[in-house]
Design a protein around this ligand. Sequence first.
Ligand code: DX5
Ligand code: ZN
Length: 220
Amino acid sequence: MTDNFVIAPSILSSDFLDLGDVLRTCKSAGADWIHVDVMDGHFVPNLTMGPFIVRHCRRGTDLPLDVHLMMENPERLLEAFAEAGASRLTVHVETCPHLHRTLEDIRALGCEAGVTLNPATPAASIFQALPFADLVLVMSVDPGFSGGTYIPEMVGKVAEIRKEMNRIGSPAWLEVDGGISPETLPEMEAAGATAFVAATAIFKHPDGIAAGIASLREAG
Ligand code: DX5
Ligand code: ZN
């Protein structure tokens, strides 16, 4: 980490013909983690990457791989993602009826355990799981695609979760994902977020990946 917050480029918007270059450029531009968006075509409408891509990312960078599992029954593939080299596995509360067990299973596989929630899911739905989580991810768009519409009401949810994390002394990361840009990052940081995922703001920046990362770094 080169600052007091983490920047995690979401490679969903990157050029997969040049994945190796993308990963090298992210690292040299100061990215802290690489965010990998796994979508199953059921929980979310889009279908994207699996353990195969995570394995290639692992070969292409030594940055932590922050793997966001937008999938039903994530338990079935936790081991495969861990073996592929994921550093952290983040599951959706909406897909995990036995959330404590799932988070414990992730840690037992040697990964950090993350929990995330959709915009319409109340903050309190993850409070009981906080002691088992190394990261909480607040979705600030409805998941499924890069370039979604930022939901400003999620600033209040970040603040609510930050308050509860402080109350119980949770050291977990508080990450936000969706519509993060130099315009939206500061209010999320002020609300207590410590890690920022961005696809469009980095990979669609008119001056390139490094400029996109720099613009987020300067905004914080
Ligand atoms: C959304 C994904 C995000 C997405 C972010 O479902 O989880 O990680 O790639 O894209 P932007 O930054 O364009 O909103
Ligand atoms: Zn994501």
